[in-house]
Design a protein around this ligand. Sequence first.
Ligand SMILES: *Cc1c(COP(=O)(O)O)cnc(C)c1O
Ligand code: SF4
Length: 317
Amino acid sequence: MKRAIRSQSHLRRFLGLPESRDSSANVAERFPTFVPLELASRIRPGDPGDPILRQVLATSDELVEQPGFIDDPVGDLDADAGGGVLHKYAGRALIVTHGACAVHCRYCFRREFPYSQNSSRLQYWAPAVEYIRSDASVDEVLLSGGDPLTLTDGALDRLVGRIESIPHVRRLRIHTRLPIAIPQRITPDLVDRLARSRLSVWVVIHANHANEIDENVGSAISALKRAGISLLNQSVLLSGVNDDAKVLADLSTKLINLGVQPYYLHQLDQVRGASHFWVDIERGKQIIGELRDSLPGYAVPKYVIEHAGEKSKTPIA
Ligand SMILES: *Cc1c(COP(=O)(O)O)cnc(C)c1O
Ligand code: SF4
C-alpha cells in the first residue's frame, strides 16, 4: 500500500494518458486518489475508457451536483465510524473495522480513512465485541470497512480471537477488496489463521469487471478455497464499467470458474459526486434478465438496493 499511486497525475503518467485540464485539484481534495500498483497494472495503458480506470480516476464529473445525490446516503455508517458495530439485520452484526481502504473507488459512499486515524489496538474494538457478546441472537459477525484486511495479520488474529471467544457466534464474514486490489495480501499466514478458526469463514470480495481478476487474483482466491473458506462476490452496477449483460456475464463466468459465487449486484448509493455512475433501475432489470438467459442460476447475482430502515437489502429483480 505504501507504493500505491496517490495522485491523478501520477496515475495518468503511469498509464501514458495526457494530463487532464479538469479542475483536478478540487476533485482530488474531496476524495484522494489511491490505486495500488498491482491493480493499476491491470488497466490498459493509454485507454481512457478502461473499466478499471473509470473506477479509480477522478474527473470533473465528480463536481456535478445532481438532486438526490447527497453527502451521506447511508447515514448510519458515519454515525458508527468510530470502531462501533452496526446491527441492522437479524443475526448479523457488522464491525466497522476502521482500517484504510485498499483502493479508493470513485463511486464509494464512504469518506476515506487516513492511516493516521487507523487503530489496530484490540482495545479499539472492545465496545463492539462486548455488544456482540451481550446479544445472543448474533451468530454472524461481519468485518467491513474500510477494508479489514488492511490490518496486519497480528491485529486481525487478535480481533478474530476475541470474536471466536463468544460462544454464540458461529460465522465470520470478511468484506474486502484486497484480494482484487493487492492479491499478495492473501498470505499463507492469513489463510492458515482463517482455516484454523472454529467459525465458518466467508470472504466476500468486490469485483465489478472481469478485467480485475488476473492470474494473481486467481491464485489468492484458490488459496482461500483450498483452506475451506467460502467465497462470494459483490458488485456495484456502474455506468461505463459494467452496465452491460455481456460484461457482467464474463465477470460471473470468471468468478464461478474460480469457485466464487456472485452474490449481490448493488444499485449505486446516491452519493454526491457519483451521479455519472448511475444506471436506471429499468436498465438494471433488463441486464439481469439477460444474465438469467445465459448463465447457470447460481451465477446470476441478486440485484438489490439498500433502503435505510429495512430488515434486509431490497431485491429489485
Ligand atoms: C449489507 C449489510 C449486512 C449484510 O447483509 P446480507 O444481506 O446478509 O449480506 C449486514 N449488516 C449491515 C449493516 C449491512 O449493511
Ligand atoms: S474499497 Fe469499498 S469502502 Fe473502500 S473506497 Fe472502495 S467501495 Fe469504498
